[in-house]
Design a protein around this ligand. Structure first.
Ligand SMILES: CC(C)(COP(=O)(O)OP(=O)(O)OC[C@H]1O[C@@H](n2cnc3c(N)ncnc32)[C@H](O)[C@@H]1OP(=O)(O)O)[C@@H](O)C(=O)NCCC(=O)NCCS
Length: 243
């Protein structure tokens, strides 16, 4: 069994944001995920949920998210933002009851999680949502355009590349997670528009060469996006908007 403090050594990506304060962690590709996640990082509810997940891949993603959350907590502690030796676990996962954001046992902080061909976890002092998708899933997104607002559909029509469809889709999921509703809220409602709703800030990065991820921040203060990220909608002067 691995030592909790060391798991998963250097086999993950990490990044911190200063504004808002946030720690992002993400896993290596699926084939290289470690399976020896320390049981201490999982709550009783996690163990129950893991017992209900049938596919090895789903169990691995679920547990990896908890391990990456722990790692994000250690980074926050190293930066003096959380008590030394902090082990962050989830009090509730949105998936437990179908609605509501996951809640960490670290007061003042929020969490968002996404898993596809990588697992991404964000521990933040602001309200955030994260979503990741492998580049291979881009093809079907245009068929789902009933989830988009008129503004988003117009944007999609003007942006024919698969990569653009993936940017819009991950932005939508990230925003719905930041809202805490997921798709239980009508994604076509004005406040769920990813391109032009006030107080919604979004940007994308590549956690792996074949994966894209979107981070949504619900805050009026401008986000200090990391170098190399591409800002989406709202404050991005380069985003084409329909008249
Ligand atoms: C939230 C939702 C957008 C997640 O998207 P997804 O593509 O299924 O999965 P992702 O891997 O990107 O995200 C999964 C994480 O979202 C989080 N999550 C779940 N519900 C959430 C909510 N309402 N708000 C914020 N985050 C939520 C969980 O932490 C979950 O990770 P975990 O299972 O490791 O705890 C989607 O499940 C949804 O819209 N749910 C609400 C509708 C619903 O409950 N439908 C029932 C299934 S048909």
């Amino acid at each position: 069994m691995s030592d909790v403090g060391q798991w998963p050594d250097d086999s993950f990506g990490a990044l911190t944001l200063a504004r808002p304060l946030a720690v992002l962690t993400w896993s290596r590709p699926l084939a290289h995920w470690r399976r020896d996640i320390p049981p201490d990082l999982l709550t009783a509810a996690d163990h129950q949920r893991l017992g209900r997940l049938r596919r090895e891949q789903d169990r691995s993603r679920y547990a990896t998210a908890r391990a990456l959350l722990h790692r994000a907590g250690l980074i926050a502690a190293d930066l003096g933002l959380a008590p030394p030796g902090t082990t962050v676990r989830l009090l509730t996962s949105g998936s437990d009851h179908g609605t509501g954001r996951p809640v960490p046992d670290l007061p003042g902080w929020q969490v968002s999680i996404s898993h596809d061909n990588t697992v991404v976890v964000v521990l933040s002092q602001a309200t955030v949502g994260v979503d990741t998708q492998g580049l291979g899933s881009a093809g079907t997104i245009r068929e789902l355009d009933s989830v988009f607002t008129a503004t988003e559909r117009a944007w999609l029509a003007a942006h024919p590349r698969d990569a653009d469809a993936l940017r819009l889709w991950t932005a939508k999921e990230a925003l719905l997670k930041a809202r805490g509703t997921g798709f239980l809220s009508d994604p076509r409602r004005p406040e769920n528009d990813t391109l032009q709703w006030p107080g919604v800030q979004l940007a994308h990065w590549r956690p792996l060469p074949d994966a894209v991820a979107a981070l949504a921040v619900l805050d009026d203060e401008p986000v200090g996006w990391p170098r190399g990220w591409s800002v989406f909608g709202g404050r991005d002067p380069g985003t084409a908007r329909p008249a």
